[in-house]
Write a protein that binds this ligand. Sequence first.
Ligand code: KG4
Ligand code: ZN
Length: 352
Amino acid sequence: MIILGIETTCDETAAAVVARTEDGRGRILSNIVLSQVAEHAEFGGVVPEIAARAHVEVLDCIIAKAMAEARVRFEALDGVAAAAGPGLIGGVIVGLTTAKAIALAHDKPLIAVNHLEAHALTARLTDATAFPYCLFLASGGHTQILGVRGVGDYLRLGGTVDDAIGEAFDKTAKLLGLGYPGGPLVESQATHGDPARFALPRPMAGRQDADFSLSGLKTALRIEAEKIAPLGDQDVADLCASFQQAVVDVVRDRLRHGLRQFRSLIGAPNALVCAGGVAANAAIRAVLHRVAVEAGTMLVAPPPALCTDNGAMIAWAGAERLALGLTDALDFAPRARWPLDQVTKAAPLPSS
Ligand code: KG4
Ligand code: ZN
């Protein structure tokens, strides 16, 4: 089965063609991602209106490129998948409407994919990971621990009550004048900083649930920075290292609880899987590996390019759903909000 996947929920315009064999193996035939980082950098974050316009301008081209690189014609597709949410609604409308037009013109089934479900299923494309597994999804917009029991069968074990982890990295970078997106910049500063110089809190550590809270950490960092302003280069590096160490400690503690909950509610996980841009952070990957081994399982970490937003994950989620006979009507409504635990095996019909 060959599927085209389209991703436009945030600041990446992406399209990919993915093949799935009868026995459930995946192969990426093309994967084109155009980042809008340059368009948003001067604003220090994603501007929804700019994002939507940029998607409109380039999406047709990106799809044509993905099809050409895969050497596949529209007639040869078995389905067209697009991220139908959650995300910035203007962008979601662009991608989903384009997918509907292609599906209608070429008489192909449409698969309206939940963006989070696509992150959740990526490990099956890259590593053929068997269900059930525990997912740690951490990006600029999401921080969740989930039990992945099957396609359309997710159990939320924990999540952030305020900021996402990537958002906290981005805000830290902005506060310290490092630029956008902040994650990689904070990580590189942290490599030559002292993680023990500032005593920052470890919010939620020790609690029995698996929830996160990042906003107190961000405030504590600002207070420490204000105390020693003006900041020298070493101060910035030490603040970054202390912040990253606090996040690493929180991730370790929260995932230990998440995996414990997984075991009692679902059983033994086949893996701990990470997804989302934050999973590109080497210190976080290292702690995830330790937590997985400690819990008697292993870490599956897809390559960073497939952890961040891309079209291949949308195409693959579309293929997994289509293989189960799950398709969507052409009037499927785009969704700004669409929690993963509300994704069901049969996608609910739009309410009106
Ligand atoms: O998954 P993603 O590409 O986009 C969405 O947010 O959906 O994730 C981007 C987020 C940004 O907040 C970025 O700062 C963060 O992931 N990030 C990192 C690193 N690389 C990207 N955070 C920490 N360390 C990194 N190396
Ligand atoms: Zn994402």
